[in-house]
Design a protein around this ligand. Structure first.
Ligand code: NDP
Length: 449
């Protein structure tokens, strides 16, 4: 394990998030490696941490003032042992190779857990859609796809959305792909309904995270009804997490963006959530406007001098980090435990630092790691690919029922794998082991490629 960590640190010393993601998996799979020397002989770990292909490209575009802008585009094709590369595109100024490699690495195991035939990948750009006009976003997306199109395809690599990439961006990306390839295929998921999208895809990550949470609570004979929930973020995952929680009679009291968070003690109901959806998806405004519209809510701006996030310091039963990586540090984790939170269910990817995870696991609360809890999004992306291949569309109940079944299966798979290796109830170890075994066994079957 140490050799592998040294190897990746030496090769790419600045890729801290990637090192963090790899270390978490390596620690979890130690007992599997001990029992299966064949994995070491086949240099499986060395192969797993090296992306099959890295694509880095220039994205030039012209802004509304007629000035030329240049961003950097990426696609990390991490592992295709069990299917075409699959994973989202992130447009955010913080995007770099280390972040995308961590996301692609996580995606490999997550996709394996869904039981659908999807390999792992991730991509994006350091482009910031915030404050850009519609035309600027369109020109950027078209330029991005003018290079990416030659590397992807319905049977090769199927990107989707992530932070900063929603239905609008997928539309522009698809338009350019279709024009350049002169074909209409399911090369992107998260498409709009009237041209190849799947029902429940926009909702899938948030709904799936709540279904996973309900499964975890059921192991302690509890339900979400009447619980108080902290949700971070206010984008796609946060909105649909809140929507499903409200439907199940839980009370959601927080939402956030990168500028601050709102706390609404009376609960965010359906009407208030509709306001948030319009604010974020159409007007593209800031969450502080929630407190202007509903004055009983308190808005707290981000304070860079604080070494914790006050959003995680409210009394609650459940926490759903649904914004970004490393948004819960050790102090936040301690605050959640001290406030008697019973379950932490990760809608975001790797939102908890390793020290935070240790605190959750030691405390005995139910901890659902992102690669299991947020797998609903990619699962319904997989179902979108299936519907595109069949040239059929399933109705809402059919997709939602399949999503529920997949989340229940992932939950059980994690529990079974954890118990088999002496870590009963540890979803993180279970998710890592189950995902790892499925992928590396496929790699062994396919030989040294
Ligand atoms: P969106 O872009 O729709 O929303 C992201 C939200 O998180 C926004 O409220 C944003 O605030 C906030 N945010 C982003 N970066 C930061 C930051 N550095 N600090 C504080 N807040 C931040 O993205 P999604 O909802 O799609 O994604 C959220 C998380 O869920 C990510 O970790 C993503 O990888 C993960 N995920 C998403 C899936 C999907 O299907 N969309 C599937 C599985 C996981 P602001 O507007 O100010 O930037």
């Amino acid at each position: 394990m140490q050799d592998i960590m040294e190897l990746i640190r030496r090769k790419d010393p600045e890729q801290r998030e990637f090192h963090q993601a790899v270390k978490e998996v390596l620690i979890s799979i130690e007992p599997v490696l001990e029992q299966n020397p064949v994995y070491r002989e086949a240099k499986i770990l060395e192969r797993l941490v090296e992306p099959e292909r890295l694509i880095v490209f220039r994205v030039p575009w012209v802004d509304d003032r007629g000035e030329i802008q240049v961003n950097r585009g990426f696609r990390v094709e991490m592992n295709s042992a069990i299917g075409p590369y699959k994973g989202g595109l992130r447009f955010h100024p913080s995007v770099n190779l280390g972040i995308l490699k961590f996301l692609a690495f996580e995606q490999v195991f997550k996709n394996a857990l869904t039981t659908l035939p999807m390999g792992g990948g991730k991509g994006g750009s350091d482009f910031d859609p915030k404050g850009k006009s519609e035309n600027e976003v369109m020109r950027f997306c078209h330029s991005f796809m003018a290079e990416l199109y030659r590397h992807i395809g319905a049977n090769t690599d199927v990107p989707a959305g992530d932070i900063g990439v929603g239905a609008r961006e997928i539309g522009y990306l698809f338009g350019m792909y279709k024009k350049l390839r002169n074909e209409f295929t399911g090369v992107l998921t998260g498409k709009s309904l009237n041209w190849g999208g799947s029902l429940v895809r926009p909702e899938a990550t948030g709904y799936g995270s709540v279904y996973f949470c309900a499964e975890m609570l059921a192991t302690r004979s509890k339900t979400l009804e009447g619980t108080t929930c902290l949700v971070s973020g206010s984008g796609n995952v946060a909105q649909y997490t809140a929507e499903k929680l409200i439907e199940l009679d839980a009370k959601v009291v927080t939402l956030s963006d990168s500028s601050g968070y709102i706390f609404d003690e009376s609960g965010i109901d359906r009407e208030k959530l509709e306001f948030v959806k319009t604010l974020k998806n159409i007007r593209r405004g800031r969450i502080k406007e929630y407190a202007e519209k509903y004055p009983q809510a308190v808005y707290t701006p981000v304070d860079p001098a604080l070494d914790y996030n006050p959003l995680w310091n409210h009394a609650a039963d459940c926490a759903f980090p649904s914004a970004t990586q490393n948004e819960i540090n050790a102090k936040d984790a301690r605050n959640l435990v001290n406030n008697k939170v019973q379950v932490v269910c990760e809608g975001a990817n790797m939102p908890t630092t390793p020290e935070g995870i240790d605190i959750f696991i030691d405390s005995g609360l139910l901890y659902g790691p992102g690669k299991a809890a947020n797998a609903g999004g990619v699962s319904v992306s997989g179902l979108e690919m299936t519907q595109n291949s069949m040239r059929l569309s399933w109705n809402r109940d059919e997709v939602d029922n399949r999503l529920k079944m997949i989340m229940a299966n992932i939950h059980q798979t994690c529990l079974d794998a954890a118990a088999r290796y002496g870590h009963a109830g540890n979803y993180m170890v279970g998710a890592n082991i189950a995902g790892f075994v499925k992928v590396v066994d496929a790699m062994l079957d396919q030989g040294v490629v």
